[in-house]
Design a protein around this ligand. Structure first.
Ligand code: SF4
Length: 311
């Protein structure tokens, strides 16, 4: 099994994406109610070499060598925590661009470290950055994102603003809406005002489309979503787009399936589409892994997701 690479996975915002985890274990500055990796094990704001650049780049070289005809839409730094916590972020980004300059490099971030000039500088060589900012109301921020003590949402917003001013690549902002938690009028108005001068390319309103740390969370109704889309001039909901039909008759390697669903719960369709594997064979493989109790099958919004986690 790979230590850092996973997937490719299907992403509604990035297409078919080869994931790279820079933390190794669930290490994050937040512990979001909706986290699809499950509860954060280590909540921190301390930057460290959680995973070494050399080991990550060696895994990527090996993957490219083993999959010469595979060309994912993006290589994405994300996974089970906040990638900007890795002290070697800049080295990793530049190393990936040297090894594979033709595949756009994306970075997912919860925005908590963008106040740090050094982090903003290290991100400059990425092609796409996808920061999240679910609320500008401090009380909602504490309740939804459960941040490291002392983190203030206004400081984070200032960091995001500074980043957008300095970064020449694409910035795709994400706001995940949970009814009764961050869908307040106060939040909508604050975010709409904030976005007016942000300089981002696009804002995506998303909903919980997979099982998360807290399964009881609801998704907003259509009327709420449309109200927010109008207020923020956001793109229509993208969940579910990008699923490709599959035309192979091979099942995916079980270790690749396990690596992939460890970071993100996925349906059979999403797995087959991302890994290019056959539905029947992959379904049989998943059933086998469920019987061996290596994988759990969970129902969520009328779909069956496969995961390693206890949610
Ligand atoms: S959703 Fe992202 S920011 Fe929130 S706890 Fe999970 S990894 Fe951290």
């Amino acid at each position: 099994m790979a230590d850092y690479l996973f997937g490719p996975v299907m992403s509604s915002r990035l297409g078919r994406s080869l994931g790279i985890d820079l933390l190794g274990e669930r290490t994050c500055s937040f512990d979001c109610l909706y986290c699809e990796s499950g509860p954060t094990l280590k909540k921190t704001m301390t930057r460290q070499k959680y995973a070494h650049a050399g080991a990550i780049l060696a895994e990527l070289k090996q993957w490219l060598h083993d999959n010469p005809d595979d060309h994912p839409d993006h290589i994405t730094l994300g996974g089970e925590g906040e990638p900007c916590l890795n002290l070697e972020l800049g080295k990793i980004i530049q190393g990936i661009k040297r090894i594979e300059p033709d595949i756009p490099l994306a970075v997912l971030t919860n925005s908590s470290l963008l106040h740090d000039h050094q982090v903003r500088k290290e991100l400059q060589h990425a092609d796409v950055v996808l920061p999240s900012l679910d609320t500008l109301v401090q009380k909602e921020f504490i309740r939804l994102n459960r941040p490291f003590p002392g983190l203030n949402i206004q400081d984070m917003a200032r960091g995001l603003e500074a980043f957008c001013n300095e970064f020449s690549g694409r910035v795709l902002l994400e706001i995940l809406l949970i009814p009764g938690v961050n869908d307040s009028r106060a939040n909508m108005e604050k975010i709409a005002a904030f976005l007016k001068n942000l300089g981002h390319e696009r804002v995506d309103l998303t909903v919980m489309s997979r099982p998360g740390a807290h399964m009881h969370l609801k998704t907003p109704n259509r009327e709420t979503l449309h109200r927010w889309q109008r207020a923020l001039h956001s793109a229509p909901e993208t969940a579910g787009k990008g699923i490709q039909p599959c035309s192979t008759d091979r099942a995916a390697d079980p270790s690749i399936i396990l690596d992939s669903i460890r970071r993100r719960p996925q349906t059979l369709e999403q797995l087959c589409s991302a890994l290019g594997s056959a539905p029947e064979e992959t379904s049989a493989m998943l059933d086998h892994l469920v019987r061996e109790q290596k994988v759990r099958a969970l129902g969520h919004r009328k779909e069956k997701f496969y995961t390693l986690k206890e949610f």
